[in-house]
Design a protein around this ligand. Structure first.
Ligand code: SF4
Length: 216
């Protein structure tokens, strides 16, 4: 908190990251109040994925996560800082659903969709190229292949940038080009990064599935 005060005195824009889990979900309103007092420019809200020391029982359920995301979309309407989510891209689906009801609502964060392998990559200390730091699926190695070639041509990256090729409901969801589901959570829970995000309660229109499979 002391260092944050120094940054404020120097007029350095501040982003604060918060990882949401079962242990702190009830504290979020108070954390949001603190963000307001600290005059940050962005609050980056990470939703836990069960990798490393994180356990699956530490995650929110799908409906709990959905409730927090609705709260964040509403909160964005009344705070001066930007809100961004990581590993919960359903935020952008909810925001779009609400914008369709109220076209005057504020859309402060990115319009350009970014997810693992789509506008983002991670290079390990040994040169392996992953779609993100949370998704340890190697698409190649920069010691042997130019990075641009890996990003543009590897099957891993091409698959991640084709939401209509995802399995299950994420493949035909009408919001899959702005949401795409958490590819990392799909991978850590199901073992397949192209599977549907198991922590999304949204049920897409089944007719959309028929249209997608018939190429319409
Ligand atoms: S079904 Fe998949 S693409 Fe659609 S909102 Fe849920 S996670 Fe996103």
């Amino acid at each position: 908190m002391e260092k944050i005060t120094f940054l404020r005195q120097l007029d350095i824009p501040l982003q604060i990251n918060t990882t949401v889990s079962r242990h702190n979900v009830d504290d979020l309103p108070r954390i949001a109040q603190l963000m307001r007092q600290l005059q940050i420019f962005r609050w980056s809200v990470f939703f836990l994925v069960p990798t490393g020391r994180a356990r699956i029982q530490d995650l929110l359920t799908a409906s709990e996560q959905e409730a927090v995301l609705h709260w964040l979309v509403s909160l964005q309407q009344g705070v001066p800082f930007e809100i961004k989510t990581t590993e919960a891209p359903q935020y952008y689906r909810i925001r779009e659903q609400q914008r369709r009801v109220d076209p005057t609502m504020k859309m402060r964060t990115r319009q350009m969709p970014v997810w693992d392998g789509q506008g983002f990559l991670f290079i390990t200390h040994t040169g392996e190229v992953y779609p993100s730091g949370f998704l340890p699926v190697s698409a190649g190695n920069v010691r042997t292949t130019p990075l641009a070639q890996i990003y543009r041509e590897s099957p891993v990256f091409l698959g991640l940038r084709n939401p209509h090729g995802f399995k299950g409901k994420c493949g035909y969801c009408e919001f899959n080009t702005i949401c795409a589901g958490s590819r990392t959570r799909a991978y850590t829970v199901t073992g397949d990064y192209l599977e549907s995000d198991p922590y999304c309660p949204y049920v897409p229109d089944p007719e959309q599935k028929d249209r997608t499979s018939s190429g319409l």
